[in-house]
Design a protein around this ligand. Structure first.
Ligand code: ATP
Ligand code: MG
Length: 407
């Protein structure tokens, strides 16, 4: 698999030059066994971070000290990156303030990890270490905490969300009862997690093909009300369901939008979610545009009003909003075909004028240019996108003459 790349061998061999071990660890080992592309490649070694830096540099490998305090440096070869972390063990476990120390004990490092299948490691020769039975759990689709679920969640509450995201991706059958009970009891603690950490886990959960099913479990267990109280309405879950299986929408933000209340409450819900999850401006605007569109895109609207909606929203958002409203109404996907074809055709008919056309006619640069462009574009839409460039230039001329002759 991808773990056997020339670059990754080079990194491991550089670290092992004087006999110490270095292995692939964590998610990339799990994904390698599943024969899927890993999101990122993590390597562990007993060497201290300064020594890791020294050796890689000596072998001409680019290194960036991305988290020296936690023992992490990043190696870069071409477009591949590798996170190399010194083995750690808990010295004193107390919530997120757990003190850690570097160690040469592979088992102690594995025991700090969250689930059995995330605690495996793999040598460059393909030898697998699986101290907690991760392989049988992976095969059976069991997401199992290492040790007692409640203790492990109390140490780091993020693990509660990680449980559901891995269950959505890899779980088979009902979730582990002990784990589910612990998650249900401890759910109120999720409120204390930073928005960034919650965001990453929820977006990964929403990206899986069992997002609706797992979200429903979290709602039923009374967990989701502590995670995102804006997204717990049961009727919206049905919309998310249909968004998945009927129209095949996979974008996490569109799926999140499907879960928010429709109608007048949509906008404030989108804002509240964006605040809680510390969304970037891009994510915030996109969620709001999809959840609370400023124009109606109902598939039964006349052709012309749909085209205007399409123009106002842009083809991408229009497509997402359309799929969402179809899923909410239960419209079969084929009925969306025509509007979706419009959405792609739209990209081929851009507004034929540019700001320069107005400047070329002697108007000084400034807000007036933008205002006039906007007016002309609305005129063009009102004429159903038909006027070509010459017709638009003629209309511009007409308006310029008109405004210079008026007082
Ligand atoms: P992904 O494919 O989404 O990257 P991953 O399993 O690699 O999944 P990461 O968040 O990249 O997850 O973390 C890498 C590894 O670090 C995990 O496989 C796990 O061993 C360990 N880990 C990450 N977060 C925690 C946590 N909160 N508690 C315990 N171990 C963790
Ligand atoms: Mg990872």
């Amino acid at each position: 698999g991808p773990l056997a790349s020339v670059a990754s061998r080079r990194v491991l061999q550089s670290l092992m030059r004087t006999g110490q071990e270095a292995r692939f660890v964590g998610g990339c080992v799990r994904d390698c066994l599943l024969e899927i592309q890993a999101a990122d490649i993590d390597i562990a070694t007993p060497l201290p971070p300064e020594e890791v830096m020294r050796r890689l540099k000596a072998d001409g490998i680019r290194v960036v000290p991305t988290g020296l305090k936690h023992g992490t440096v990043t190696a870069i070869i071409g477009n591949e990156t590798f996170e190399i972390t010194t083995l750690r063990q808990d010295v004193e476990t107390f919530g997120r303030s757990a003190r850690v120390a570097f160690t040469d004990d592979w088992l102690a490092d594995a025991a700090r990890r969250d689930f059995t299948f995330n605690a495996m490691s793999l040598t460059v020769d393909g030898e697998l270490y699986d101290p907690f039975g991760g392989v049988p759990d992976l095969t059976a689709g069991r997401v199992r905490f290492i040790g007692d679920a409640e203790t492990r969640i109390r140490e780091d509450v993020l693990r509660l969300l990680r449980f559901f995201r891995f269950y959505a991706r890899l779980g088979k059958g009902p979730p582990d009862t002990a784990a589910l009970d612990a998650c249900t009891r401890l759910a109120p603690l999720v409120g204390g997690l930073s928005g960034e950490r919650v965001r990453e886990e929820l977006l990964k959960l929403l990206a899986t093909d069992r997002a609706a099913e797992v979200w429903r479990i979290m709602v039923d267990q009374g967990i989701m009300e502590h995670v995102l109280p804006q997204a717990v309405a049961v009727d919206r879950l049905a919309a998310l369901d249909r968004l998945e299986w009927m129209v095949g929408e996979t974008e996490p933000l569109a799926r999140l939008a499907a879960l928010l209340p429709a109608g007048p409450l949509a906008h404030s819900a989108a804002e509240a979610v964006a605040d809680r999850l510390r969304f970037s401006n891009f994510q915030r605007d996109r969620l709001a545009a999809i959840a609370a569109p400023v124009v109606d895109v109902h598939p039964d609207l006349p052709f012309k009003s749909r085209r205007i909606a399409l123009h106002r929203l842009g083809p991408e958002i229009y497509r997402a909003v359309l799929l969402l409203s179809a899923a909410a109404m239960g419209t079969p996907a084929f009925e969306l075909f025509e509007p979706l074809a419009e959405a792609s055709a739209w990209q081929e008919i851009p507004f034929p004028l540019r700001g320069q056309d107005i400047l070329d006619r002697g108007l000084p640069p400034g807000p007036e240019v933008g205002r006039l462009m906007g007016e002309l574009e609305r005129w063009w839409i009102a004429h159903d996108f038909q006027p070509d460039r010459d017709a638009c230039l003629a209309e511009l001329e007409r308006r310029l003459v008109q405004s210079s002759s008026s007082p």
